[in-house]
Ligand binder design. Structure first.
Ligand SMILES: [Zn+2]
Length: 74
């Protein structure tokens, strides 16, 4: 399952990935610093930086046939 992180401030999709790596967090904080220059994110915690982003699960369009064991939601 992939996730898309969209910025709550500018509504833009900043990151798409299966998991959030430390490098991704650096990118997120960097985005916050540019997106909301009024706030200081010099010593922001990972958890706090994620509060500024909306996480949306992305359904894979291909390669999901192996998940056929999951009950179909109809
Ligand atoms: Zn932004």
């Amino acid at each position: 399952m992939r996730e898309m992180l969209s910025c709550r401030h500018c509504k833009r999709a900043v990151l798409i990935g299966e998991r959030i790596t430390p490098a991704d967090v650096v990118e997120l904080v960097h985005h916050l610093a540019e997106c909301t220059p009024d706030e200081s994110f010099d010593s922001i915690l990972v958890e706090e930086s994620l509060w500024h982003f909306r996480r949306v699960a992305i359904e894979a369009e291909e390669g999901t046939k192996r998940d056929a064991r999951m009950p179909a939601a109809r």
